[in-house]
Design a protein around this ligand. Structure first.
Ligand code: SER
Length: 304
């Protein structure tokens, strides 16, 4: 039986993984430094992923064999305090890796990001392994994590699987402090009948993905035989690409009224160093990746 630990469980991805596993017969222990606002169906412990002893004792106590390590400070927030961003993202990663080796954890899922790419990555259509010089501390921590995934696999046989998520569109729990957050902010403003000031310019194209696809892709990747995986760091993955003006037009064509101003801030520079489109054909080939939600379906589902 799968006995799953989720760290950062109350974040954008975590709450959706919890919902997904509710339908399975896996045991789930959710952990976060925040306290849940509502009662969760699964077990919950307040725990800081930087507290290695505590996480280790929870792993032992609950006989955990699979970990979803979702703790991270995202791109824009990371730039406000890059030292702290490195510390949280990397120290928690290292803790989970060490705990996993020592407790013989079967598999770990750890999200990477499009933030690992940089202006030299041929951003119009980014391949699996271009030049990577990330411009944000978040991107640097994700790239470092990818290197460590390979290292720990070669060194200890530790099976960490990873996807380079684009912006993820969800409404239940909003992301905190990312560069792709505008998409959810604009949609939520439209739903509330408010106007919106977009922090990216109207033609900034970025890859995105609907939350259901984000969850399902991770589950699929985690369930395939390791021998099928030709990539030993992290897989490119995408749903579709969109610009703020395209999003606005979609919102308007769905009958919502909203006025949007465009006032790019420091996040514009981050977005300009990220892919416009992602080539995820190796994910399709290795483990059958295919998004269910395209641009229209994702925006419609989110506007509902
Ligand atoms: N959504 C993330 C961010 O904007 C990218 O992985 O930081």
């Amino acid at each position: 039986m799968d006995r799953i630990l989720i760290t950062g469980a109350l974040g954008q991805l975590g709450v959706e993984f919890i919902k997904y596993f509710e339908k399975s017969n896996s045991f789930v222990l959710a952990t976060d430094i925040k306290t849940p606002k509502e009662k969760l169906y699964c077990q919950f412990e307040n725990a800081n992923a930087l507290d290695k002893e505590r996480i280790d004792s929870l792993v032992k106590k609950h006989d955990i064999n699979i970990i979803y390590h979702l703790v991270a400070i995202l791109s824009a927030n990371g730039e406000k305090n890059p030292f702290n961003s490195w510390k949280l993202n990397m120290d928690s990663f290292q803790n989970i890796a060490e705990i996993s080796v020592k407790n013989k954890i079967k598999k770990v899922f750890w999200p990477s990001s499009i933030a690992i790419f940089g202006t030299e990555s041929k951003l119009d259509f980014v391949s699996q392994n271009p030049l990577m010089n990330p411009s944000t501390m978040y991107g640097i921590t994700k790239l470092a994590g990818e290197k460590l995934i390979e290292y720990y696999f070669n060194r200890f046989g530790l099976d960490i699987r990873s996807l380079r998520y684009p912006g993820i569109i969800s409404t239940e729990t909003v992301p905190g402090g990312g560069t792709t957050d505008y998409i959810i902010e604009m949609i939520n403003a439209a739903k509330k009948g408010e106007n919106y000031c977009c922090f990216l310019s109207e033609n900034t194209k970025l890859p995105m993905m609907y939350i259901d696809d984000a969850i399902e892709s991770a589950i699929n990747l985690m369930s395939v035989n390791r021998n099928n995986l030709s990539i030993s760091n992290s897989y490119n993955i995408t749903g579709f690409s969109i610009t703020p003006i395209q999003l606005l037009n979609e919102i308007l064509s769905n009958g919502f009224k909203i006025k949007v101003d465009f006032k790019p801030d420091f996040r514009q520079q981050i977005a300009d160093s990220w892919p416009k489109k992602i080539n995820d054909s190796i994910s399709t080939k290795d483990w059958g990746w295919k998004p269910k939600f395209g641009l229209k379906e994702s925006i419609e589902a989110t506007l509902k």
